[in-house]
Design a protein around this ligand. Structure first.
Ligand SMILES: O=C(CO)[C@@H](O)[C@H](O)COP(=O)(O)O
Ligand SMILES: [Fe+2]
Length: 219
């Protein structure tokens, strides 16, 4: 099995030292930096905005994978492009016209991602499969780090993998929420090629990041 891309969620990092944290992730072997943007409206938590993403950009060369939990999302796309995002991932529930939103993200020169909550049907993906570079399946309900992986996600990963392969799509299939070394192997076996992990990467502080990332890659 090829090793997955590891995308640490900085939601679990030390917010007082964010610049050092993203630099440490690069040194530790992370592939992307996953940035959880929460507005206190679409999800019951507030995190960071485009100014923080912009401030972090000089601290690492890793791609920024920005998971937008913001509604309405459309007015914010350009600000994250200008801040240095590489991937913008949106929930279908965060705006009235998902197809238009994904097209707009690509028009801005970015990679477009769609993210499906545990309760959102994969049928949404069928309608936009040619417009996405990344499919993110939530394995927890969004809003907080440190939650437990919902086991039924594994079957959903298999079904999403089948849809992507049938369509000849080369989009990444990413999983987010409660990912640990104990379930990472099952996610990859089911067809995921990118794993988001917050708690499992940042546990133990900077000296542990490289081992934590290696454990996820080789699980
Ligand atoms: O988008 C989210 C939560 O809404 C995630 O990216 C979490 O932040 C992942 O954290 P862990 O579950 O790995 O601690
Ligand atoms: Fe996320």
């Amino acid at each position: 099995m090829p090793s997955p891309l590891i995308c640490p969620s900085i939601l679990a990092s030390d917010f007082a030292r964010l610049g050092e944290e993203v630099a440490a992730l690069e040194t530790a072997g992370a592939d992307w930096v996953h940035v959880d943007v929460m507005d206190g409206h679409f999800v019951p938590n507030i995190t960071i905005g485009p100014d923080v993403v912009k401030a972090l950009r000089p601290h690492t060369k890793l791609p920024f994978d920005v998971h937008l939990m913001v509604a309405p999302v459309d007015p914010w796309l350009e600000a994250y492009r200008d801040a240095g995002a590489d991937y913008l991932t949106v929930h279908p529930e965060s705006g009235p016209h998902l197809h238009r939103t994904l097209g707009r993200i690509r028009q801005l020169g970015l990679k477009a991602g769609v993210v499906l909550n545990p309760g959102t049907s994969l049928s949404v993906l069928e309608e936009v499969i040619d417009l996405v570079d990344l499919v993110l399946l939530m394995s927890v309900n969004p809003g907080f780090g440190g939650q437990s992986f919902i086991p039924s996600t594994l079957k959903k990963i298999e079904r999403a993998r089948a849809l992507l392969d049938a369509a000849g799509s080369r989009a990444h299939l990413q999983v987010d929420g409660g990912v640990t070394a104990a379930n990472a192997g099952a996610c990859v076996a089911a067809g995921a090629d990118a794993l988001v992990a917050g708690t499992a990467v940042f546990r133990g502080g900077p000296p542990a990041y490289a081992d934590n990332i290696r454990a996820l890659k080789t699980a």
